[in-house]
Design a protein around this ligand. Structure first.
Ligand code: GLA
Length: 392
């Protein structure tokens, strides 16, 4: 049986509408287990996610199609597990996660799989002005505010509702002044596992006062399987001819620069680590890759666009990232230390995962030349990002 979990870029471009018919069925785990390179990944025990946090119940929701299984918790609206078949059909968990709610609360790494908000990435000096008023945020990353502050959207309990085998809806009310941000903000995140082996994340929000908003998902991926070593031999393609260089505290300088002739040029598939040790001030500031890339788009286009393609060198698993956002943060796991136990018993070693966080550019509230992140009363914030899987 050689049924392959085939991947098609052409399919990615028109992903939501028409992929189903082009896909070949996924591989079943090989009958001869000797051909399997890694043990089959299993889901964490759902009972370890039944807890009460801040007086509210937590749970693990399982989404399934015939090839892919995703586990989502309402604690931080997080992706806990994302199991996809590798080139031999072996179920492989490509998302780093813990095995219990307790670890999500107490372990030092707090962003595994999380929805990040109110503002994903950094706001300089923990301060911004909006309509003539200055708002002050917690400085939780050197002089800056990172990922929504001390207790961002990844560390609160959302209200979860599983709609069917493929869909879970998570809602949260972020109250006026929470973490210093203005306005009562109603947020809804819907995870859908589509027939084309994609995890689709749809974000929606409204506010009763003008505010700033930049939601993203912070899943740490290793396409060879969580805890399986360095991601530096994964190949990455970014559909980005420009990026936003940063200062030494990782705040954009405001310039938008071409990636050509720099180690930031991933316009053709390139091993992540092949240029990481080059003598480059931006790589020094980021301790490797930790930068926002400007996704190539025609002027005015806000449609779903292919932003990134990554391939696991051992598994053959390919992931496409499509988004309606203008930017994508490529973070290469430079701050990982191996001090967090993963759900399969492995550790989160240095650079053993990468994140591709679709977003508006960092520090936009203080950078008038960047696309605006303001949300006004009466407007609805709506954005979609898709992580689609296959093998090559
Ligand atoms: C983002 C940031 C990084 C780092 C990680 C979390 O990707 O850009 O600098 O803070 O989150 O460790």
């Amino acid at each position: 049986m050689n049924k392959r979990f085939l991947f098609s870029l052409a399919c990615a471009a028109s992903l939501l509408a028409s992929c189903g018919g082009n896909e070949k069925p996924a591989a079943e785990p090989p009958a001869d287990s000797a051909t399997a390179k890694a043990p089959a990944a299993t889901l964490p025990d759902t009972t370890k996610f039944k807890d009460v946090v801040d007086g509210q119940p937590t749970a693990l929701y399982i989404l399934k199609n015939k090839n892919v299984t995703a586990a989502i918790t309402n604690y931080g609206a997080r992706v806990v597990s994302l199991i996809v078949p590798d080139k031999n059909g072996v179920p492989t968990d490509v998302a780093l996660g813990y095995d219990s709610i307790g670890k999500y609360i107490h372990q030092p790494e707090t962003y595994f799989g999380a929805i990040v908000g109110r503002y994903g990435n950094r706001i300089a000096k923990g301060e911004f002005r909006l309509n003539g008023k200055t708002y002050t945020l917690a400085k939780n990353n050197g002089p800056n505010s990172l990922h929504g502050g001390k207790k961002g959207f990844g560390s609160v309990v959302w209200t979860g509702k599983q709609l069917d085998d493929h869909t879970v809806e998570l809602s949260y009310l972020s109250k006026d002044s929470e973490e210093g941000y203005p306005g009562n903000l109603k947020v809804k995140v819907t995870y859908t596992l589509t027939d084309s082996n994609a995890l689709k994340i749809s974000y929606e929000a409204t506010t009763d006062k003008a505010t700033v908003l930049n939601l993203t998902n912070h899943t740490y991926f290793n396409l060879n399987g969580q805890g399986s070593g360095s991601i530096n031999n994964h190949t990455l393609r970014l559909n980005a001819g420009q990026y936003t260089p940063v200062d030494s505290t990782l705040i954009p300088t405001g310039k938008i620069e071409a990636v050509a002739n720099t180690p930031f040029d991933f316009r053709t598939p390139t091993a992540i680590g092949s240029r990481i040790d080059q003598d480059n001030i931006q790589l020094k500031y980021g301790k490797g890759y930790d930068h926002n890339f400007v996704i190539n788009r025609t002027a005015g286009d806000r449609g779903l666009t292919l932003a990134a393609t990554v391939q696991g060198d051992q598994s053959g698993i390919v992931m496409n990232v499509l988004t309606e956002e203008p930017g994508i943060q490529f973070y290469g796991g430079n701050f990982m230390t191996g001090s967090n136990p993963l759900s399969n018993g492995k550790k989160d070693d240095y650079r053993s995962a990468f994140c591709l966080e679709t977003q508006h550019y960092p520090d936009s509230p203080n950078q008038p030349s960047f696309p605006s992140t303001e949300l006004k009363p009466g407007q609805t914030y709506q954005t979609t990002t898709v992580y689609q899987f296959g093998t090559k």
